[in-house]
Design a protein around this ligand. Structure first.
Ligand SMILES: Nc1ccn([C@@H]2O[C@H](COP(=O)(O)OP(=O)(O)OP(=O)(O)O)[C@@H](O)[C@H]2O)c(=O)n1
Ligand SMILES: C[C@](O)(CO)[C@H](O)COP(=O)(O)O
Length: 240
């Protein structure tokens, strides 16, 4: 057992300050309800129901009228903070809002509010393998479709080799100070990072890939919601 694993609990960060533009609903997609709860609640419960997770910081849009004001779920504390214009801004704000008890070299998890179907098995795997890695780890899924590179005219320019290609999922697990520094560096360089791992990779780190379930879907467009609703209903009915 590594020192990190022995240290016990860790905190999660849930960036939830997005507008859900691609989804196009009347409210941000993280507040769309499935099985009687908003997607962000499912994401938070998946994290906070794991014994190794101590609490969560949720980054919200300025003046978010939809946030129910939770201060705890699953018997664990939830701290809300003001997110930013980009995902990276929101994650940086949440890193700064973590309790002082979270030390600079403690691991923290970052998980999309729009990924409600995180399984305990995947979370356990990420924590076990990620906390044994010097840098950290991300859940990911190997690419199984053939990938095409499109030309400006909509025609196919090339087929991309898919060996060694993975789709990044979340949660992503990194040390508080290392991740803060990596995101700050990306900001200084005016580079928009689409996940936390990209910021870490820019610093020369090689996070571990931990294979996760394809069911850990991110709700991005309307087509995603029906499938996620089916998965959550099946899970609630115990039909994994
Ligand atoms: N400024 C932002 C942008 C995104 N997010 C969060 O990052 C996660 C993944 O982002 P994405 O799926 O792109 O959500 P949106 O940005 O809301 O979607 P869109 O790009 O369609 O507007 C979501 O939980 C979203 O709330 C955030 O906290 N702060
Ligand atoms: C973090 C992420 O979910 C990993 O695939 C993805 O990069 C988020 O992208 P989005 O455009 O902010 O949804």
């Amino acid at each position: 057992m590594t020192l990190d694993q022995a240290r016990g609990g860790l905190w999660a960060i849930v960036p939830a300050a997005g507008a859900g533009t691609r989804f196009g609903a009347a409210l941000p997609k993280q507040y769309l309800e499935v099985e009687g709860e908003p997607l962000v609640a499912h994401a938070l419960r998946a994290l906070l129901s794991h014994p190794a997770i101590e609490g969560a910081v949720v980054a919200l849009a300025d003046g978010d009228p939809h946030w129910p004001g939770w201060t705890e779920l699953e018997g664990k504390p939830i701290v809300a903070c003001l997110g930013g214009a980009t995902r990276a801004d929101s994650v940086l704000a949440a890193l700064a809002a973590l309790p002082a008890s979270v030390r600079p070299d403690d691991f923290v998890l970052v998980h999309d509010a729009a990924r409600p179907n995180l399984s305990q098995a995947d979370l356990q795997q990420l924590l076990e393998r990620g906390r044994a890695d010097p840098v950290g780890a991300i859940l990911a899924a190997p690419v199984r479709d053939t990938l095409k590179r499109a030309g400006d005219d909509g025609g196919i320019d090339a087929t991309q080799p898919r060996e060694h290609l993975w789709r990044a999922l979340t949660p992503q697990l990194f040390r508080r100070l290392q991740l803060t520094r990596a995101l700050e560096a990306a900001q200084r360089d005016a580079v928009v990072v689409t996940d936390e791992s990209m910021a870490m990779e820019r610093q020369g780190h090689r996070p571990l890939l931990v294979e996760g379930s394809e069911d850990n879907l991110k709700v991005t467009t309307r087509a995603d919601l029906a499938l996620v609703a089916f998965l959550l209903r099946s899970a609630a009915a115990g039909e994994d």
